[in-house]
Design a protein around this ligand. Structure first.
Ligand SMILES: [Zn+2]
Ligand SMILES: [Zn+2]
Length: 341
């Protein structure tokens, strides 16, 4: 069906890629969305029919991108190859991971050497006598005179190997990419930055992705166990006896943790959902605070008097308030009614 070739402005038997290119160009021109000509729709349909016919004729009847006239990424097997993905580590503080942040990521890539513009050679300002043959253009090898390879027999040189790249013409270049990190990523999670990977070997092909493997740095206060956030907090033992709220610092602010009255032994207080935020389909973790009682130091006379009064009040019922003391005294001081003066 040579009509199909004619319609696409092609010579019979051209390669598939030429058919595709011709169709894309004409489809852009005749697509009814773009072309107000009343004949455009009809023309577009016949172009597409010709295109489909020629491709089906070609070999495997490769997929036809029927609706999109422009070049698109959905061209199937014929689309140019993607570049490779680039993998790097990205270290975050707990605060950054908790709240989300924007990080500058340095990406190294190969580029042309700036000194020699990729040629690997520098052009000298003045010609120099060739150091290998001392200007004669010949060197003595195995008893015979041979043409000097260094200067190609000229005896002088106008170029030398680029000292910056040692002749490779390539240099490591760096660029900085601002990456938005959503809140709630944990160590081992991967953050993908589409298109920031290696370039495709085909200039028309898309770049690979940048895949950042998250690691969360250790913290002086917080520890993470999964999404549970753990920390220890010293608290006045008297406050623990009296009960009340204690402030807990969190990356996003602070939280008042309620401590039940009654005893001043070390304990863990857990608040479900107040830990590391939800992310990647996982719910938020728990906040787990290890409350450590601390007894007062350096008390003055007035404070000591208060302790004395408190102790006296409690010691009226030693068995109830100090059972261990009561047991000990009944064993070793059986004659005395608990240790009051
Ligand atoms: Zn030479
Ligand atoms: Zn160079």
């Amino acid at each position: 069906m040579n009509d199909a070739y004619t319609l696409l402005g092609l010579n019979p038997g051209v390669a598939q890629k030429d058919i595709k290119r011709a169709f894309r160009r004409l489809a852009m021109q005749w697509h009814p969305d773009r072309n107000p000509d009343p004949a455009a729709l009809e023309r577009f349909r016949s172009l597409r029919a010709a295109y489909e016919y020629l491709l089906a004729d070609g070999d495997n009847g490769s997929d036809v991108d029927a609706d999109a006239p422009g070049p698109g990424p959905s061209a199937g097997t014929e689309s140019p190859p993607r570049g490779a993905d680039r993998r790097q580590d990205l270290s975050l503080t707990i605060e950054e991971a908790w709240l989300g942040c924007e990080k500058s990521v340095r990406i190294g890539h190969e580029a042309e050497c700036g000194t020699c513009s990729g040629t690997g050679q520098e052009v000298l300002a003045h010609t120099r006598l060739c150091t290998a043959c001392h200007g004669s253009g010949r060197v003595r090898v195995a008893g015979g005179l041979h043409r000097c390879e260094t200067c190609a027999g000229r005896g002088y040189s106008t170029r030398r190997t680029c000292t910056a790249c040692e002749g490779s013409g390539r240099a490591e270049a760096w660029r900085t990419l601002a990456v938005k990190v959503p809140p709630g990523l944990l160590s081992g999670d991967e953050l993908r930055v589409a298109g920031a990977g290696e370039p495709s070997p085909d200039p028309k092909g898309p770049n690979g992705d940048l895949r950042l493997r998250i690691s969360i740095a250790t913290h002086d206060l917080y520890r993470l166990e999964g999404r549970d956030l753990k920390l220890s907090r010293p608290v006045s033992a008297l406050r623990m006896l009296a009960g009340g709220d204690i402030a807990i610092p969190l990356p996003g602010g602070s939280l008042n943790l309620h401590v039940e009255a009654g005893n001043a032994t070390p304990r863990e207080v857990r608040v479900e959902g107040a830990g590391f935020p939800a992310g990647r389909g996982q719910p938020a973790g728990a906040l787990v605070v290890e409350v450590l009682p601390v007894w007062p130091e350096a008390c003055d006379k007035d404070q000591q008097r208060l302790f004395d009064e408190l102790d006296a009040a409690l010691s009226r019922r030693t068995k109830r308030h100090f059972p261990e003391v009561a047991d000990w005294e009944s064993q070793w001081l059986p004659g005395r009614r608990s240790g009051r003066h």
